[in-house]
Structure formats: C-alpha cells, structure tokens
Ligand binder design. Structure first.
Ligand SMILES: Nc1ncnc2c1ncn2[C@@H]1O[C@H](COP(=O)(O)OP(=O)(O)OP(=O)(O)O)[C@@H](O)[C@H]1O
Ligand SMILES: [Mg+2]
Length: 366
C-alpha cells in the first residue's frame, strides 16, 4: 500500500511527517532578504502604507505571517472586509470597548473610529492585510482615511499583482500614500536549496537528504524558485522516490520525473493548479507563431487571466467575430499548455491562465 511505502520512506530519513505539505509556517521562512528589509524599515519608521505584491504562491502570506511573528504590535488580517463598516469591527477586536462603553452602547462609527483608536492606543498598530486585491474601492478609500487620521498606524497591504493597476487607475489618492512597494518574485537557487533543507530539518531530517545538490539545481530549473511550485514538485518527487525506496534523489531522477503514477485521489486533493509536467520548452519562444507569442506577452504582464480578459488585449480586426476569437484563443491556450508554456487554474466554471514558472524564468532572461 502506498501509505505504508511512504511511511517507510520517511522513517529511512528519520522524518516525522511529510516535509513538503503546503502549510504556511513563518518559522520556515527563507530568503527575500531585500524585500523583508524594506518592509521592516517601513514598519520601524512607522510609514503609513506599504504594498506587497507577488504571483500566487510567491510567499505573500508567509511574509506577512513572518512580520506578525516578529512584531508584537502587528495584527494579521486574512482578507479585507467586504463592507467599509466592518472595518470598525476589525479595529474593535484589537481595541475592545470598555465595560461602560458597551453598557452605554458607545460603539464607534467609521467617522468616530480614528478618535476612538487614538485615545485607546498605547503604542502603535501594524495592520497586515492579506488578499488586499479583493478589497472594494470603498474599503480602500476608508482605509486611506483611517490611516491618515489614526496617529500611530502602519499598514502593509498584500495582494496579487493586479492590485497595482487597480490602485493606480482607481485610487490615485491611496496610490500617492504608498511609500514602500515590494514585489516577491522567486527564490534564488541557493534559497531554493535552503527552503528544501529547512523543510526537511523541520521534520527531523538531515540537510537536504535525499536530494543531491545536482537534484536541487534541476528542481530550481524546473520551478523557477517559486516557493509553492518547489514544495509541490518536491512532494511529487518524494512520492515517486518512495515507490522505489530510493536512497537518494539525483539530477537524473528530477529530469526524468513523470507524473504518470500519480494516484488519482491525490490528484483531487491537489490545489486546482494544473501543472503541466514537461521538460523545459525546447522551442525558442521567438520562433513561435505570432498569436502564441502575443498571448505569452500578455500573460507575462499579469498572472491568472481568463480567455476573455486576454481577448480584450488583442487586436480584434484579426478575427471575424468575438465567437471566432474565443474559439481561436482557447485553442491557442490549450496548445501552449500542452507545450508547457502556460498553466491554468479553475475558478468556478472558468479557467484562468498564467505562465509556467519555467517560462517566466526564460522571459526574465530575455
Ligand atoms: N520565503 C519563503 N520561505 C519559505 N517558504 C515559503 C516562502 N515563500 C513561500 N513559502 C511557502 O510556499 C507556499 C506558498 O506561499 P504563500 O501561501 O505565502 O504564497 P502567497 O503569495 O500568499 O500565495 P497566494 O497568492 O496564492 O495566497 C507556502 O506553503 C509557504 O510556506
Ligand atoms: Mg496568500
């Protein structure tokens, strides 16, 4: 049975559990030194608003959790509220009403919140707001007003890269108040190795065992150092290695890794990202047909786009009708996915597309 094989494999390396589960644990944080330094400076100087962006799986939540662990005044909020009025409740969690205020029903409103907080606050407040790209215009506006009027508050907003555009186009006054902008790209090769090592040591293993340095080099090449991709890929490599009870996982094992033996129930448990597990695209991107290149160019600027969002950025004069365009783009996206250039994620009934990590790395070098 698979489970027993895996357990036996973990025991071989003295592991108490699978090191590559997709949990967020700030104690296992690694790398992104420049970005972390910028955020720490922002917080320590009590600047008002910082913006932390990065593709999905780049490490935004982990970075915020790391800040929460290191600054006692920091509060992590997993999602912005959908209504501005709910901001009051968030602040009340940190600065609760006194017995008398409750008794006389003196709950502050959005307008009276700043003076209420200024009275209650002893030192300072650092708000770390995750998934900020989901906030409505109203919520952003009120956050700006509150940060203007509350004396000792510093905010870090974290979100997908689309938040940049949203703020730039719709919220100029907020945009102007952002003093720190930090982007999480990907880990370096050394950091990728350290991520793997830290994970393995956290469950009782030694160094990067069973991965050799050459294997880590290949893992880095395949995943582009995107943390979530590294963890998912290592998890799959360990699963395959446990079937053969390999003592070590070397470069060849990584290069030749195929997901054919992936058990179906595991596939369902996987997050919805469809990972096209293929070797690096051998085709030179420049030699692709122009329509394919154009789509890659659009996706290089923004992750997780729907086919219709892609169509909006295309020259429609090349198509007879919108229906033709939709069919053509869907076919091109399928082709690009099969060739390992793009990956997709299901969102309800629709699919969203992004470049695969390895293509991002190639494009970054162009
Ligand atoms: N710098 C890092 N050091 C160690 N592990 C990391 C780092 N960055 C990310 N990870 C790991 O990678 C996985 C994905 O990270 P995380 O959830 O923080 O990404 P995210 O940017 O918040 O993604 P999403 O946009 O999907 O919410 C997590 O399991 C996390 O533990
Ligand atoms: Mg996150």
């Amino acid at each position: 049975m698979k489970c027993l094989e895996e357990e036996k494999y973990y025991r071989k390396f003295n592991w108490s559990a699978n090191p590559f589960v997709l949990k967020v644990d700030p104690k296992l944080f690694i790398g992104y030194e420049q970005q972390v330094r910028a955020l720490c400076r922002h917080i320590e100087d009590m600047h008002k608003i910082a913006l932390l962006t990065g593709a999905t799986g780049a490490g935004k939540t982990t970075t915020l959790k790391w800040l929460e662990m290191n600054y006692p005044e920091a509060k992590y909020i997993s999602k912005p509220p959908s209504n501005p009025e709910d901001l009051v409740n968030i602040f009340l969690e940190f600065f609760p009403l006194s017995f008398f205020e409750r008794l006389f029903k003196r709950k502050p409103t959005l307008n009276s919140l700043p003076s209420y907080i200024n009275k209650k606050m002893k030192s300072k407040l650092i708000l770390l707001i995750d998934e900020a790209h989901e906030a409505s215009r109203d919520v952003f506006e009120w956050l700006r007003v509150l940060t203007d009027q509350i004396d000792n508050i510093s905010i870090v907003l974290a979100g997908l890269p689309i938040i940049e555009e949203k703020i730039k186009h719709e919220l100029e006054s907020l945009n102007q108040r952002i003093t720190t902008r930090v982007t999480l790209t990907a880990l370096s090769q050394t950091e990728t190795g350290l991520l793997i090592q830290k994970r393995i040591e956290s469950v009782g293993g030694k160094g990067t065992e069973p991965f050799t340095q050459a294997a880590i080099h290949e893992i880095y090449k395949r995943t582009g150092g995107f943390p979530r991709e590294v963890l998912k890929f290592c998890d799959r490599l360990i699963l395959s290695a446990s079937e053969k009870q390999l003592d070590k996982i070397d470069a060849g094992d990584v290069i030749n890794h195929k997901d054919v033996n992936f058990p179906s129930e595991q596939k369902i448990l996987e997050p919805s990202v469809t990972y096209v597990d293929r070797p690096l695209p051998t085709q030179d991107i420049n030699s692709l047909p122009s329509k394919q290149r154009k789509i890659l160019e659009i996706l290089s600027k923004q992750d997780w786009l729907s086919p219709s969002a892609i169509i909006e950025q295309l020259d429609m004069s090349n198509y007879k009708s919108r229906g033709h365009a939709v069919r053509s783009i869907n076919n091109i996206l399928k082709r690009l996915m099969i060739d390992g250039f793009v990956q997709r994620e299901s969102h309800g009934k629709a699919f969203l597309y992004a470049l695969t990590p390895k293509v991002k790395v190639i494009l970054a070098k162009h």
